[in-house]
Design a protein around this ligand. Structure first.
Ligand code: S3P
Length: 175
């Protein structure tokens, strides 16, 4: 196993909303026999409200602060040597502070999924505040690609076959 992953066994899945981070992360964790966590779920559990409510009532900057705190908490567990597959929210990795933390404490993997597939997946879902305006949503998809490109590995995830994506991740030269 890669020395860095041995020391801090965190596998961090990044990518746009709807790119499959949670579904793929769960399956990957199962294959590895590692625990799985999802930062959005952590936030909703800790605060007892939905992500949309946090955005609507407290604003995006406050959501980002809460998100950073939730990521730090998970990374601290990884620092104790506890392995973890962690699915991040779509905006988390665009924050340089989060990026630095994750890069130093494990391996970052970008799940790259096409825009049409993402739209098909999210159709009818209403719980993502940043997906409400279609034009802004598309712009965000393009604006964020450079940031996601800073992940250590990019995995082609333009498929609904989560097992196939997991198989590609397991081929990475990190295990
Ligand atoms: C966001 C993505 C969401 C959630 C929040 C903001 C983003 O997570 O964190 O709505 O900025 O892209 P998913 O990527 O899991 O949908």
């Amino acid at each position: 196993m890669l020395l860095k992953l041995k020391r801090t066994p965190g596998l961090y899945l990044v990518g746009f909303m709807g790119s499959g981070k949670s579904a793929i992360g769960r399956l990957l964790a199962h294959e590895l026999g590692w625990p799985f966590a999802d930062v959005d779920e952590d936030i909703e559990k800790t605060h007892g409200v939905s992500i949309a409510e946090i955005f609507d009532q407290r604003g995006e900057p406050e959501f980002r602060r809460i998100e950073r705190e939730a990521i730090r908490k998970r990374v601290r567990e990884v620092e104790t040597g506890r392995p973890l597959v962690l699915a991040l929210g779509g905006g988390a990795f665009t924050d340089p502070e989060n990026r630095k933390l994750l890069e130093e404490r494990g391996v970052t993997v970008w799940l790259d999924c096409s825009f049409p597939r993402i739209c098909a997946r999210l159709e009818g879902q209403t719980h993502r505040p940043l997906a409400r305006d279609p034009a802004k949503f598309q712009q965000l998809y393009h604006d964020r690609r450079d940031g996601y490109g800073k992940a250590e590995y990019r995995i082609e995830a333009d498929t609904d076959d989560a097992a196939a994506v997991v198989a590609e991740i397991l081929k990475l030269p990190i295990f």
